[in-house]
Design a protein around this ligand. Structure first.
Ligand code: ARG
Length: 561
């Protein structure tokens, strides 16, 4: 309830003028006990300045405070408590939602600024992993949230399509490959080839030289190497696109690591000119001793470039191309050292904008408490997992609402929504346990629960056969107040979710709305009551804000399910 917090702070400032509004805002808290009102200001720290007991300060000040937004402002021991005028708040908050609709909760502090997101970034010829799923949904949600705060965004899918492993893959394909199998099941087949290469190279290390040779050929533009690589890339991206279609995620750029192949010489030269390169065992590195970091590897003994070289080239390219204000890399926490090194090297090169590069890390997805792995032989493909959960969602819908017209579409929205919400409801650094059952529950804190609440609110509006565009007056019972105050918190929750790069704050925000609304609905008559207009406004506001919150998370909200 930001507006109210500010109004309370302004009031307090009239009596405590030596504290700034900012300082007062810092001190205002939410009382733990409901009977103590909606906002509280503790007077302890004023005792010194005023040379009075905090109780007395609170009492004297409370007598001088009054504002129409508050029903009463009173002292309670060392605290000044403010009770929001619920009727007024009901009207103000709901009218704002009904007027702004999906723009409710938007901010403009990002206007004119650009954030570049590095997200998803799977590796070609390999299964799309759970880690890449997390990067995709977390990155997409944070990007949505930043757009809501006014920022321009660029979503870059930095495909892992370059590196020695592709030399190995080409070598493996030349030895054991089968064109028809690659066409039929590209990711599985290519991944098997790659795994086989590693197994055989253990027995026959000379294979590794063959792999390196093919990568050299690839780097220098050899036609055959190039053609195979292009093919592997195309079929991989096609498979990834199926997943992105299901997830409803799109990108502004798919420039992956290979895109920087011809831009790395310039980086190496610049590092050289700036005197930052040192030789170490025949390789070229940037030493980062003074930062207590291991050296950043730039070029291998055989001249091949590395992951870090490409990330330096891509950072420079992105700064030139997008002139970003911030660049966020949504990548698992196991790459923290890598990004710390990249930032340090850029700083050493004299680029102060490196301070605006930020690694946004996240935890792992676990199964049975352990890291999910692509166990040898048995590859679980994400697309299959998604299709399976969509099928489960469809079964669920068939049981609950067999007459629903567009079952398939809704099943997709519910299944995919369940997966995304399951990921985003926790703070991103936490590990997430992967469980179909948990995801698909219609009760508790799940995606389907929120979608269901949204659909249920819509069904009330459908039954009413009308909506109201504005309310005059308001309600003040505890049930409706719980809903209104949850809605009123949404704009602040959006802002904080952006600042903390934390979509779970949006999830919590709309979950609170859904929960209080369901409680309200269980105890109140809506359509056949005296205050039907006031209540319809509340119901519609609930549909608007839940839908918008879900949209920020990348989840759709069907009107019926
Ligand atoms: N493809 C990499 C991986 O799967 C992630 C890339 C992250 N982005 C970056 N700019 N390094 O590990």
């Amino acid at each position: 309830m930001k507006v109210y917090k500010e109004r309370f702070a302004q009031q307090l400032h009239t009596v405590f003028s030596d504290l700034s509004i900012e300082e007062i805002l810092q001190l205002i808290e939410k009382p733990k006990i409901e009977a103590h009102g909606d906002l509280a200001f503790p007077c302890f720290q004023l005792a010194k300045t005023y040379r009075k007991a905090p109780q007395l300060i609170a009492q004297e000040a409370a007598e001088r405070l009054a504002d129409a937004a508050f029903e009463k402002i009173e002292a309670n021991g060392p605290y000044i408590n403010a009770f929001i005028n619920r009727k007024e708040a009901y009207q103000t908050v709901l009218n704002e939602v009904l007027e702004k609709r999906e723009a409710f909760g938007a901010h403009d502090f990002g206007k004119g600024k650009t954030i570049v997101y590095d997200l998803s970034s799977p590796n070609i010829a390999k299964p799309f992993s759970m880690g890449h799923l997390r990067s995709t949904v977390i990155g997409n949600a944070i990007a949505n949230i930043s757009e809501k705060c006014g920022y321009d965004t660029v979503r870059i899918n930095y495909i892992g399509d370059w590196g020695t492993q592709f030399g190995k893959l080409i070598a493996a394909y030349k030895k054991w490959g089968d064109e028809a199998a690659v066409r039929k099941e590209p990711i599985r087949t290519l991944f098997k080839l790659y795994t086989r290469f590693h197994e055989e190279a253990e027995k026959d290390p000379a294979l590794n030289d063959e792999g390196r040779l093919w990568f050299k050929k690839l780097e220098s533009g050899d036609a055959e190497a190039r053609e195979l690589w292009q093919w592997f890339r195309d079929v991989s991206i096609e498979a990834f696109n199926e997943i992105y279609d299901l997830l409803n995620v799109s990108f502004d750029s798919m420039n992956g690591e290979a895109f920087y192949n011809d831009k790395m010489d310039a980086v190496v030269r610049e590092l050289e000119e700036k005197g930052l390169l040192t030789e170490s065992d025949g390789a070229l590195v940037v030493r980062l001793d003074e930062d207590d970091l291991p050296p950043c590897l730039i070029k291998k003994k055989d001249g091949a470039t590395l992951y870090a070289t490409r990330d330096l080239a891509s950072a420079l390219y992105r700064k030139r191309t997008y002139d970003f204000d911030e660049a966020l890399y949504v990548v698992g926490h196991e790459q923290s050292l890598h990004f710390t090194q990249i930032k340090k090297v850029l700083k050493k090169m004299g680029y102060d904008w490196a301070d605006h590069i930020e690694h946004v890390p996240f935890g792992m997805i676990l199964q049975g408490g352990k890291k999910m792995s692509t166990r040898k032989g048995k590859v679980v493909l994400l697309e299959e997992v998604l299709r399976e959960i969509i099928a489960l969602a469809e079964k669920n819908i068939l049981e609950k609402n067999p007459s629903l017209p567009n079952k398939e579409e809704v099943a997709k929205q519910v299944g995919v929504g369940a997966v995304i919400y399951h990921d985003l409801k926790h703070y991103r650094m936490n590990d997430v346990e992967f469980s179909f059952d948990d995801m698909l529950r219609f009760e508790g804190n799940t995606g389907p629960y929120l979608q269901y609440t949204h659909a249920r609110a819509h069904s009330i509006l459908r039954k009413a056969g009308r909506t109201v565009s504005e309310v005059n007056g308001g309600l003040e019972d505890d049930g409706s107040w719980a809903v209104v105050s949850a809605i009123a918190a949404f704009p602040d929750d959006v802002k904080n979710a952006f600042i903390d790069r934390d979509p779970s704050q949006i999830a919590k925000s709309i979950f609170r709305i859904a929960q209080s609304f369901n409680q309200y609905y269980a105890h109140e008559r809506i359509l056949d009551s005296d205050d039907v207009d006031l209540k319809l406004a509340l119901v519609e506001a609930v549909t608007i804000v839940i839908k918008e919150g879900l949209r920020l998370l990348g989840i759709e909200a069907p009107k019926e399910m």
